[in-house]
Write a protein that binds this ligand. Structure first.
Ligand code: KIV
Length: 289
């Protein structure tokens, strides 16, 4: 059965005009996607942040196209009625157009995404244009671009001085011009993000970019405190502490097994007495237990 997406890129632009905020959260597997869809998010991002929060890397750089396809496909199974954007990982869109298109094809066909996200500004506008012309919606991503963390020199706030603010505005316009359907603004000062949001006809989706964006995106594990090292970010609001709940649950299970409180009578399957007698002899099972 065909998925009935509530949302598409035309509706997203209309939502901006009507000042209806877009809600986006990352998801990386079937259960997280399913819960996100049931909770009513507009878009799911299969972010390469999965490198940090799922695969345990320090950065997103080691994440491969195989990782993205695998996780995207799981998310698509969990959220069949939600618009899914999947990241193209590090260095998969900086070679030839053919090479980029091969990666886009994999994410769309094997990963079953509805759009791809690419990090970068004016310098990748020709690539964005080529992908859009191939019929694939592109979400831009400027500001702090984690795939370039080694070049940027850390996870720094962007748009703090005039030159940086001008560069970000030029990058945003270049992406819009190239056909991006929306742009993620990551760790950008509120004033600059607001100015960009006003200037563009396409929606901006902020993460650490303040209140003037047309939508917001957060990482699943940050929202739910699933990875302790992600707790302390100023721009994150956490809404639950599932990490703590999981730890408590597992520790109770461990205790129950150690103390033989689990399995209890209600968890066991018993055989028919006549079968037992045939197998082991009358009274033998009772005598031995
Ligand atoms: O990979 C990711 O989760 C992202 C968000 C931080 C926007 O790119």
């Amino acid at each position: 059965m065909a998925a009935k997406h509530a949302l598409n890129i035309v509706k997203m632009k209309k939502m901006k005009q009507e000042q209806i905020p877009l809600t986006m959260i990352t998801a990386y597997d079937y259960p997280s996607a399913r819960l996100a869809e049931e909770a009513g998010v507009d878009l799911i991002l299969v972010g390469d942040s999965l490198g940090n929060v799922v695969l345990g890397y320090d950065t997103t750089i080691p994440v491969t196209i195989e990782d993205m396809v695998y996780h995207s496909r799981s998310v698509a199974r969990g959220a069949a009625n939600t618009f899914i954007v999947t990241d193209l990982p590090f260095m998969t869109y900086h070679g030839s157009v053919d090479e980029t298109m091969r990666h886009v094809r994999r994410v769309m066909q094997e990963g079953r995404a509805h759009a791809v996200k690419l990090e970068g500004g004016a310098e990748i506008a020709p690539t964005v244009q080529a992908v859009v012309q191939a019929g694939v919606p592109v979400l831009g991503h400027i500001g702090l671009t984690p795939q370039s963390v080694n070049q940027i020199g850390g996870y720094r706030i962007q748009g703090k001085d005039e030159a940086d603010a001008r560069r970000l505005m030029a990058d945003a316009k270049a992406l819009e011009q190239a056909g991006a359907f929306a742009v993620v603004l990551e760790l950008v000062t509120e004033e600059v993000a607001q100015a960009i949001s006003k200037e563009l006809a396409i929606p901006t989706i902020g993460i650490g970019a303040g209140r003037g964006c047309d939508g917001q995106v957060l990482v699943f594990h940050d929202v739910l405190k699933y990875a302790p090292e992600y707790r302390e970010k100023k721009f994150v609001k956490t809404y639950a502490d599932i990490g703590d709940q999981i730890r408590k649950g597992i520790s109770e299970y461990v205790q129950d097994v150690k103390t033989r409180a689990f399995p209890g009578e209600q968890h066991v399957f018993t055989a028919d007495e006549t079968v037992l007698n045939g197998l082991y002899g009358k009274g033998k099972v009772d005598a031995e237990s």
